[in-house]
Design a binder for this molecule. Sequence first.
Ligand SMILES: Cc1cc2nc3c(=O)[nH]c(=O)nc-3n(C[C@H](O)[C@H](O)[C@H](O)COP(=O)(O)OP(=O)(O)OC[C@H]3O[C@@H](n4cnc5c(N)ncnc54)[C@H](O)[C@@H]3O)c2cc1C
Ligand SMILES: NC(=O)c1ccc[n+]([C@@H]2O[C@H](COP(=O)([O-])OP(=O)(O)OC[C@H]3O[C@@H](n4cnc5c(N)ncnc54)[C@H](O)[C@@H]3O)[C@@H](O)[C@H]2O)c1
Length: 495
Amino acid sequence: MSIEKYDLVVLGSGPAGFSAAMRAIDFNKSVCLIEANHLGGAGIMNGALTSKAMWELSRDFSIASSVMRGYRASGLNVDYKKVQQTVIQAAKQKQLQMLSQIETYSKTAEKCGNITLKYGWGKFIDSHTVEIISKDKTEQIKGDNFIIATGSRPRPLPDVEIDNERIIDSEGIIKLKEFPERMIIIGSGIIGCEYATIFSNYSQTEVHLLDRQHKVIPYEDDDLSNFVSKNLESNGVTIHHTANLRTIRKRPDFLEVVLDYQDGHSTVLEVDVAIVAIGRMPNLDNIGLENVGISTTNRGFLDINEVCATDNFQSCNIFAAGDVSGHAQLYSVAELQGRYIVEALYGNLEYPLDYSNMSTLMFFKPEVAAVGLNEKACRKKGIPYKVAIYSNSLVNRAVAMRATDGFVKIIVSDDGKDRILGMRAAGPQASTLITSIAYQITQKGTLKDIRQNVHPHPSISEGIQECLRVFEGKSIYKPKAFPDLIKLDTWKPES
Ligand SMILES: Cc1cc2nc3c(=O)[nH]c(=O)nc-3n(C[C@H](O)[C@H](O)[C@H](O)COP(=O)(O)OP(=O)(O)OC[C@H]3O[C@@H](n4cnc5c(N)ncnc54)[C@H](O)[C@@H]3O)c2cc1C
Ligand SMILES: NC(=O)c1ccc[n+]([C@@H]2O[C@H](COP(=O)([O-])OP(=O)(O)OC[C@H]3O[C@@H](n4cnc5c(N)ncnc54)[C@H](O)[C@@H]3O)[C@@H](O)[C@H]2O)c1
């Protein structure tokens, strides 16, 4: 049997692989997309989409349960199985859209600009050949160019075995049979805090969150981290700050968790489920990197250049995109890189890859969004800056929504140019607000560039407008009158 040959072979159908494959269709290329497990990867199943579906449902439930709004729902109850079915429905809907498009462009339908989906484990044999190992067969295919988009998986905790029943990671959440009565989440990064928010929103589970430092989402500034902690606690989460996990003992009816605190004392907790969420590691084992002479960095990721090639662009035909690349593990970064590679290969690059404007959305209560530099990053880089904070308490739309818990925090350079360096937003619609500042970062915008833009009333984005006016002493409400709600500060490196 003759060996199949493709213009482009993509390992992994997550956001990086799928977007690359679809962009290659635009250039009339023949593409083979290889997927070892679920179509869509962590972007759809067990990750971005499922967790967001669960967050949305839990938020609706939490709003319905609230009693402060002049109405009160009675007889409210929730069934984990039904929640689970709805979440799976959302993921399936997305997978079916992906499949429909793949079928539309499948090899039989089109002579060029076609895609072939093959399920199995992709492994390099040499720099032009990949072996696909599935349950029924092993086959080899050839390609001119390759993209490694094999994503990431939860990082294991030494000495803690994931049994997928009582001790799980983010992939096990969808498989739980019911709301646990008591749970501990180990790791207070984005995944840990998102699931702590989700389960506490449902009020069916006693939620403990282990934070081995004294800051949840430790890479963010203290004000944001404290804001998230405070809100998790008021939503019913018990945060164990400065605690290290010593052990989890499996008893017949519960888990016994021993925590050691930095001050020397220890605590024993009984829980029903433990979720391990301590970061994610790249899927690069056993994909034949040694057969194509590619090594990994000290952190275990692939070393890619400005066009995501694993070597010099002129001589290299193996590229990498998404979570394997060592850049921020975000859906949007994965898609951006996947598409960029294809444009570098078959089209004209209009602009360089820019990661400085990539926003991170965090689905807490309320939602939080981040783009560009925070104060910590500016200080680390020695960049003099000005920072203004404007509370949602003064924003009419937030007042009308009765949802004033939140703020906008904008950082600009203190070098006479007032360049927009970053923003953090917390509160309703924060995920939508962030894009306007991300755009300014892309355009290298300054305060002067954006102050002409009038924000509509009543909108949450008026908080951005007022925050920007604070820098120039022109805000309608003044820091002197509301020192807790409006703040302005500066920092410069010690000379
Ligand atoms: C719980 C959770 C919530 C998240 N929420 C968000 C969010 O709200 N916003 C956001 O921006 N990001 C979020 N992320 C991160 C986002 O999902 C990832 O950054 C993104 O999915 C990475 O895309 P990828 O294509 O690199 O890899 P993945 O999505 O991991 O896909 C890789 C695919 O490759 C397949 N594969 C692996 N090895 C092989 C092989 N040898 N052969 C063939 N196929 C292979 C895998 O089965 C998988 O399907 C979340 C992640 C998790 C876990
Ligand atoms: N909304 C989003 O954009 C979103 C949502 C979920 C995940 N993600 C992506 O997925 C990635 C992984 O998320 P994550 O939350 O697993 O990782 P993370 O890097 O955000 O956080 C890991 C946390 O675990 C802690 N930790 C590490 N080792 C530990 C240990 N041994 N014991 C206790 N705590 C420990 C760290 O201090 C940190 O707080 C993130 O980097 C993010 O980019 C994004």
